[in-house]
Design a protein around this ligand. Structure first.
Ligand code: TNX
Length: 519
């Protein structure tokens, strides 16, 4: 209560200063001064180390595009107006300090990543500032000390159900960078379309890519391997790691349309939904696909899916040939075909030197704890989270409630998904995970972060995608970055209002939680 009152007084008394400090996600500590630092076209960005020149160039480009100021970059040690300094002090990955005095700005970090986050905060500080009559940009003095709560701050986009393309993905990556999100999980394969070029199996894209959720006979839509390299590099320049998902053994309908010889048949109501676990050739086929995929993603993490295939050897498929093979396997001691399949494919990934990522169904598949990350999505099965932690897996929290962004943000909305009538409001996203996950579990170092997933069965256009993502992405940013002690929803909402104006200027079609006419 005391804190809240303090916030109100602070906002009322220092309105101009408060305007300056609209950073989302909220930094760990901000001490704001009363002085001002002005800079203009004569200002220099100087770096302590030539390895920072790329980052100085990034700042130069952003300031030129948003403010029309042309900064000069220099690697002369002599202090410039803006200084980027690599320091030796050991810190949490991504932490930085941003110090604005009346005569200079200094961003210090142990890592380039931290310097990037310092620049991001600086860009947020200048975004609302107009240049004065002399053409100067003015920033209020402050001292910011910042570090992320979690190393994994992710966003997943499903481009199988609907395909959005390179330009939209780059725009998304820009917003992720703006909010200090750092993992882009790219759901590239599913029943409705295969979106990643695999040179050895061209029909995956020419046939498997020729459909989407709204149109079963669309023109092929997919990313070439060159497109993927371009996106990965674009993301890397923003300190975002890209992780591809090749979903198996289920959600394989598009692939099975292209290469029916590897189809494992149906699960209730979904024809050709799985790969065939009883055909030895399937394992080589998928290994070839993973090999080409792995070569494109330098992070060496492959998400293998593993979701929504009925458990148990009997439930897999009723196709006669497969049933026969399954009996044979059962005879050989394989009691759970789904986990048998998954373990084999996971071994393929780890043998390539990469980590295996999987939905929480894979928790029972005996995967190696040090090479596996489990994505807990079924909030109605908290036992799956307990089990994953018990088995020493690292875990990313992405429960359907409140982190599925294909769910509506408002109970009055009609065209998205709901879970027994429940929607995912920005307040639910903002307050995650502290009100939902038990303190014991939250204290576990195995929980490496949070992620929102945008499934796109009901998201067919860019405009709709924006509407589902904004402004919940801002709530996600703070859920992933800001320590619980620093979280204050009232203050967040004030800062968010300023970001809504940025969405306006960027032409983003967003949901406004403060405007009753949106309900
Ligand atoms: C479940 S989450 C799925 C997706 C759907 C989503 C819709 C998960 C691992 N599988 O295939 O798109 O629900 O909300």
């Amino acid at each position: 209560m005391k804190l809240k009152l303090f916030t109100v007084l602070f906002l009322l008394s220092g309105y101009v200063q408060a305007q300056n400090l609209t950073i989302i996600p909220q930094p760990k500590s901000i001490i704001n001064g009363t002085g001002q630092f002005n800079f203009n076209n004569h200002a220099t960005v100087s770096v302590s180390d030539t390895s920072l020149l790329g980052l100085a160039g990034y700042l130069q480009k952003e300031i030129s595009q948003t403010k029309g100021l042309t900064l000069t970059v220099s690697n002369n040690e002599a202090a410039g107006a803006i200084n980027l300094v690599l320091a030796n002090t050991p810190q949490t990955t991504g932490s930085y300090t941003l110090n604005v005095t009346t005569d200079r700005i200094t961003i210090t970090s142990q890592s380039k990543e931290g310097i990037f986050y310092g620049l991001t905060s600086l860009l947020q500080l200048v975004k609302d500032q107009q240049r004065d009559n002399d053409g100067d940009l003015c920033i209020t003095t402050c001292n910011i000390n910042d570090a992320p709560r979690y190393p994994w701050r992710g966003l997943m986009l499903d481009e199988s159900r609907h395909f959005f393309g390179k330009e939209k993905v780059k725009q998304l990556l820009n917003w992720m960078a703006y909010y200090k999100l750092n993992r882009f999980h790219w759901h590239l394969t599913d029943a409705q379309g295969w979106r990643i070029e695999i040179k050895k199996y061209p029909k995956l894209t020419s046939i498997g890519g020729a459909s989407n959720y709204s149109n079963t006979s669309a023109e092929p839509q997919y990313y070439t391997q060159d497109d993927i390299k371009e996106i990965v590099a674009y993301a890397a320049a923003r300190f975002i790691t890209v992780i591809p998902e090749i979903d198996m053994p289920g959600h394989a309908t598009a692939a099975n349309k292209a290469y029916p010889e590897f189809s494992g048949g149906s699960v209730a109501g979904y024809p050709n939904f799985t790969f065939n676990p009883a055909n030895e050739h399937t394992y080589q086929y998928l290994a070839d696909i993973i090999k080409e995929t792995n070569a494109l993603f330098p992070a060496h993490m492959i998400h293998l899916g593993g979701d929504e295939v009925a458990y148990g050897i009997k439930a897999w498929s009723l196709d006669t040939a497969i049933a026969h093979m399954m009996q044979k396997m059962e005879f050989e001691g394989v009691t759970d075909l789904e986990h048998y399949f998954f373990k084999r494919m996971a071994d393929t990934v780890t043998n390539m030197g990469s980590k295996v990522l999987a939905w929480d169904e894979a928790t029972g598949a005996n995967l190696p704890a040090d090479k596996t990350i489990i994505f807990w999505w079924r909030q109605n099965l908290p036992g799956q989270l307990h089990l994953a932690l018990q088995k020493n897996y690292q875990v990313v929290l992405c429960p359907r409630l409140p982190l599925y962004f294909d769910f509506e943000q408002d109970s009055q909305h009609v065209s998205g998904r709901k879970w027994n009538g429940v929607v995912n409001r920005i307040t639910d996203v903002y307050n995650f995970p502290d009100r939902q996950i038990s303190p014991d579990e939250l204290n576990s170092k195995q929980i490496i972060g949070v992620q929102a997933n945008i499934w796109t069965e009901r998201i067919a256009s860019e405009k709709r995608l924006d509407f589902m993502l904004f402004p919940r992405i801002a709530g996600l940013a703070e859920a992933g970055w800001t320590a619980p002690e620093q979280k204050d929803e009232f203050a967040f909402n004030e800062r968010l209002k300023s970001d809504l104006k940025n969405y306006d200027s960027a032409g983003i079609y967003y949901y406004d939680p403060f405007d009753p006419s949106y309900h």
